[in-house]
Design a protein around this ligand. Sequence first.
Ligand code: SF4
Length: 307
Amino acid sequence: MSLVELEELEVAAGSATLVEGLSLRLEPGRVAALVGESGSGKTVSALALVGLLPAGLRARWRRLVVDGAPVSDTPSLAPLRGRTLAYLPQDALGALDPVMRVGRLIDEVLETVARVSNARDREAAREALLAEVGFTDPRAVSRLFPHQLSGGMGQRVSLAATLAAKPRVLLVDEPTAALDASLRQSVLEGLRGLVEGRRLSLLFITHDLAAAEAIADEVLVLYAGRVAEAGALPDVFSSPRHPYTAGLLGARLDRGEAKVMAGAIPPLAERPEGCRFQPRCARASAACASQPGLLNGVACFHPLVAR
Ligand code: SF4
């Protein structure tokens, strides 16, 4: 059974629609990647799913079922947040309380959310959590304040505090963005291990296609607030059908030569009618002035590969 079934999410700011028609399923023990350039709507979609949109933005959906229970609106997500659905922001270190030692940060979640009332049990649980996210000396780390942590350490501490509440679904936002190659690899392996060991469902939000490829089973490619392409990651990455997906993958392959896909995501006020990728698309035709629906996993009138 899916842990999350989301149909047609829409996120709006006043009369402007930031994200529309986003549907996804998150399964236990599986990783779905939400990819796209900066400004594609990845983070606001994740924030909407955990009910943490900033003031001024609102979300609605046609259908949302979390762990078997229907969720009708954003306020109904509050009791699920942390316990069932957890979100790890990109700046995980900055989100930690600067005056609390790591041990206290994690103990607070164990005490208030996981209801571990005995101090000795909390200590054992905390040390197990810190070991699970890759710390070899959990006791020493427990004594540190956030300002004494590196970015990678802060991310693992945040992950340990998040896992203390035993969520079933984890949404992680650009967890590898600020890491060097070796740390990036260990974070990806650690997350994959958690997904398999705990049967977690992971939504991995990234602009880094190589990271998505290293960890994800499924992929959704977002462009200017709409899904351009979705499907099993090996299929999508080996034979992309949407010109945007192909452009992203091509830019990745040519990264060593600093070649990037031409153009940029249009600002909200300048999104074209119909397919929003038109100004950057070599395959655009008059038909593309209408909005393509998502058909067999691709939203394009002239897909690159017929399936
Ligand atoms: S619908 Fe048209 S403009 Fe949009 S990606 Fe497909 S071919 Fe290009």
